[in-house]
Design a protein around this ligand. Structure first.
Ligand SMILES: NC(=O)c1ccc[n+]([C@@H]2O[C@H](COP(=O)([O-])OP(=O)(O)OC[C@H]3O[C@@H](n4cnc5c(N)ncnc54)[C@H](O)[C@@H]3O)[C@@H](O)[C@H]2O)c1
Length: 264
């Protein structure tokens, strides 16, 4: 099936690591022109080279902290200068530190709010200004199944991801008339297979600090599909939602989590 992504200008934030990396490589295989926006320039450069090998029509790195509006505007300008426009935005950046709420501090809440929500606001705001006059565009934000049901040790993060889901529905309603589709993908536990798949800045750089091997085995056993997720699982859903195959799909929240949550 032709997905209509060939030569499309795609920005993937946090594209240097794990899920973002898989999303970049999936768009590369579709022949897209990609801007890989990441705060970690060294890891982004490694993945950009992989994307070239995978068939990207073009690929560039934008070193960008998505919580800083000036840096976000520079990333979009760099994309428009190189590719003429922005057709697709994937808000993939996210971060958490797993702790019970009573063990956290206001400084940690502030960081979680900024990285998971404010960064997505900055990028979506800037993207819409480019997409609206074009009368077309697709935005996919990466949330989490932690947004759909309470998840111990992820109170503030889950709250912010729920805010992402709600925000994207409003943006879908406000911008449908401009041909802009806005959807959300909620991964469940999604682990890298090799350390080369993650950057030094990744949540997964020390995998055991997230989940011990015993906890991962327990999680897999508890899921209907009996396995934890791989980054490629999420990338497939993102590429679908960004593509012409999803041309009549907007305002949706899709879990890619082995059946962890089933919101009808
Ligand atoms: N991996 C999972 O189990 C899982 C589960 C549910 C949701 N998610 C969500 O999926 C997305 C990707 O997760 P991941 O596991 O690939 O994360 P990761 O930590 O491996 O990668 C995140 C990437 O974002 C970059 N980044 C971090 N802060 C940034 C900032 N302020 N500006 C620009 N770049 C920044 C990092 O350098 C890194 O390359 C996140 O939104 C996360 O919340 C992940």
């Amino acid at each position: 099936m032709e997905l209509g992504l060939k030569n499309k200008a795609v920005i993937v934030t946090g594209g240097g690591s794990n899920i973002g990396r898989a999303i970049v490589l999936a768009f590369a295989r579709e022949g897209a022109k990609i801007t890989l926006g990441d705060i970690d320039a060294a890891q982004a450069a490694v993945v950009a080279e992989e994307a070239r090998q995978a068939g990207a029509a073009a690929v560039q790195v934008a070193t960008c902290d998505v919580t800083d509006m000036a840096q976000v505007e520079a990333m979009f300008k760099q994309t428009v200068d190189a590719y003429g426009t922005v057709d697709v935005l994937v808000n993939n950046v996210g971060w958490d530190k797993l702790m019970f709420f009573t063990q956290t501090t206001p400084d940690l809440w502030e960081k979680i709010i900024r990285v998971n929500f404010v960064g997505m606001l900055n990028c979506t705001y800037t993207a819409l200004k480019i997409m609206a006059p074009n009368n077309k565009g697709a935005i996919v934000s990466i949330s989490s199944d932690a947004s759909r049901q309470g998840e111990p040790r992820e109170a503030v993060y889950g709250g912010m991801k729920a805010a992402v889901n709600s925000f994207m529905k409003t943006i879908a309603k406000e911008n449908g008339r401009n041909g802009i589709r806005c959807n959300v993908v909620c991964p469940g536990v999604t682990i890298p297979e090799q350390t080369a798949e993650v950057g030094a800045n990744s949540m997964w750089v020390n995998k055991d600090s997230m989940f011990t091997p015993e906890q991962l085995a327990q999680i897999a056993k508890s899921l209907p599909l009996k396995k934890v997720g791989r980054p490629e699982d999420v990338a497939g859903a993102v590429v679908f939602l960004a593509s012409e195959a999803a041309g009549h799909v907007t305002g949706q929240v899709l879990s890619v989590s082995g059946g962890y949550s089933m919101i009808g």
